[in-house]
Write a protein of this length. Structure first.
Length: 334
């Protein structure tokens, strides 16, 4: 099938999913929707980011204008909507620029479903981690996240669509163990999936062990940035346990590598555990005009055709873009 014809058919991928689907729900910044209505979904992207360390930002916050952000970002969202995208998962963590008022405006004006996060982020050597995380037990920390689920975020009625945690990829530190234990507690009360910025397998499997100790099934956990683990067998091992394996660094230079990793899971009969996205976007607070914004369309214009060239069927692609995201981000306790 030619690329243009296939891209035109993308909206139909979601339309054929509704019949016989379980009545699960996801939480968007505009409220609950049925998971089957998510349609084609980008599972790990960013609309705005603030890379100032927490200590600096707490002392002197960097201001930005939401109207300027909308002017720059909306054309990129319109572009992917035209290509068939219907749901956009903003993985911007607490402490890295999460702005739910902005996200709701972007959702309303673009027509896309957008999900946001709760949680805390210890990756990048703890630069974005507030002191209260170090001072909290897992139970106390989880209660902060659960309160956002119950009462809304930052004085709004916007509720998180998943729990976003960040790890450094090594054996877990004490505070990282606190994060994953808090994630387990919050998941058990809210039913929200745990999306874990992880990278290497050593951190991934330590998290899975802790979750197992706390009675949380691997299917409630997403291995974010799994493409950074080059031993493809480790992807297979985690998927066999039931975990979601997120290959989310798709860009013009990484198409072949990402196709290869997804193909590895497919060839092991595990395509039903793969998620794909680009980790793109990033209006960067403090840079002129938000810096260099990376578009969200590479997955549609380059990655999907590369999958078809590798022998992926229409059903395979529907699984990656529609079925898997709907299952991974559904509210529920496995």
């Amino acid at each position: 099938m030619k690329r243009r014809v296939f891209l035109q058919s993308i909206p139909a991928l979601a339309a054929s999913m509704a019949a016989g689907s379980e009545p699960r729900e996801v939480m968007t910044v505009r409220g609950r929707i049925r998971a089957e209505h998510m349609g084609v979904t980008l599972t790990h992207e960013h609309l705005l980011a603030n890379f100032n360390p927490h200590t600096e930002g707490a002392k002197e916050p960097v201001d930005y204008g939401r109207d300027e952000v909308l002017t720059i970002v909306l054309p990129h969202l319109a572009r992917i909507r035209d290509l068939g995208c219907r749901t956009f998962i903003d993985a911007t963590a607490v402490g890295l620029g999460r702005d739910v008022r902005l996200l709701r405006r972007l959702s309303e004006q673009s027509g896309l479903n957008i999900l946001t996060t709760t949680g805390n982020y210890a990756a990048v050597e703890y630069r974005f981690l507030p002191q209260y995380v170090y001072d909290s037990s897992p139970e106390v920390l989880a209660r902060r996240w659960i309160d956002e689920w119950i009462h809304g975020i930052d004085g709004t009625d916007v509720r998180p669509g998943f729990i976003k945690l960040g790890f450094n990829g090594r054996a877990l530190s004490d505070v990282e163990k606190t994060l994953i234990r808090a994630g387990a507690i919050a998941h058990r009360e809210t039913g929200l999936a745990i999306g874990a910025h992880t990278g290497q397998a050593v951190a991934a499997f330590e998290q899975l062990d802790i979750l197992a100790e706390m009675g949380v099934h691997p299917s409630s956990w997403i291995w974010i940035h799994a493409q950074n683990e080059r031993d493809l067998q480790r992807h297979v091992d985690a998927a066999k346990q039931g975990a979601w394996i997120s290959f989310d660094g798709i860009g013009p230079e990484s198409i072949d590598a990402h196709v290869g990793m997804v193909a590895n899971l497919r060839d092991h009969g595990l395509i039903g555990h793969a998620l794909v996205s680009q980790d793109a976007g990033w209006y960067s607070v403090g840079e002129p005009n938000g810096g260099k914004f990376r578009p969200f369309d590479t997955l549609f214009t380059s990655f999907i055709p590369a999958l078809r060239n590798r022998g992926f069927t229409r059903e395979d692609i529907k699984t990656l873009l529609v079925r898997n995201p709907a299952k991974a981000f559904s509210i529920g306790r496995a």
